[in-house]
Design a protein around this ligand. Structure first.
Ligand code: SAM
Length: 167
């Protein structure tokens, strides 16, 4: 069941802190076929519809080299989500799960992530498959899929550290 904003049986709501730790900048906007949370996929699929990611200025130059990656990781702000549940009932059946054990859009910082297949780039617009967000969802970041990316900077000490317990 898709939540709009209701609280379900056995769910627990908390009062979030009033202070803000970090300020985000929305770097673009995502266009998808979905205008209702009731119809949006639970998770994007690599053979799903082509969606468009528009990058705003002054960030367009940051797309240099992105075309080399056939898959990208997209981070977006699930702007219509409530942010105050710690126990949630995805099936709406009274059985609850901790927010951090779910990929629900309802979370203290409603960040969604998807691995998308890059079809093409035209100017400041990327055409991708694999998204699961509403039309108009704000974009937070884009990165190469980590399985395709090799760090360009030389390795440093921590890259060679294994197996130690750090308390
Ligand atoms: N793939 C992402 C992840 O795992 O982090 C998001 C998964 S989340 C389960 C996807 C659901 O979030 C959609 O089915 C829809 O109900 C909801 N959703 C999509 N876009 C949203 C938005 N802009 N604001 C609030 N909810 C949204």
């Amino acid at each position: 069941m898709v939540r709009l904003n209701e609280i379900r049986q056995n769910e627990v709501v908390v009062t979030p802190p009033a202070t803000v730790d970090a300020e985000l900048v929305f770097i673009g906007r995502i266009s998808t076929p979905w205008t209702s949370r009731m119809e949006t996929p639970r998770q994007g699929r690599s053979d799903g519809p082509v969606c468009t990611i528009e990058i705003f200025e002054p960030w367009v130059q940051a797309l240099a080299g992105v075309e080399r990656f056939e898959r990208l990781e997209v981070l977006y702000w699930l702007h219509q989500s409530r942010r105050d549940l710690v126990l949630q009932s995805p099936a709406s059946n009274g059985e609850v799960h901790g927010t951090f054990s779910l990929r629900s859009p309802v979370r203290p910082n409603p960040i969604g992530t998807s691995i998308v297949a890059l079809e093409k780039i035209e100017g400041n617009r990327l055409f991708v498959r694999g998204l699961d967000c509403l039309d108009g969802t704000p974009l937070i970041d884009l990165k190469p899929d980590r399985t395709l990316f090799k760090p360009i900077a030389p390795p440093q000490k921590g890259d060679f550290e294994t197996g130690q317990v750090h308390m």
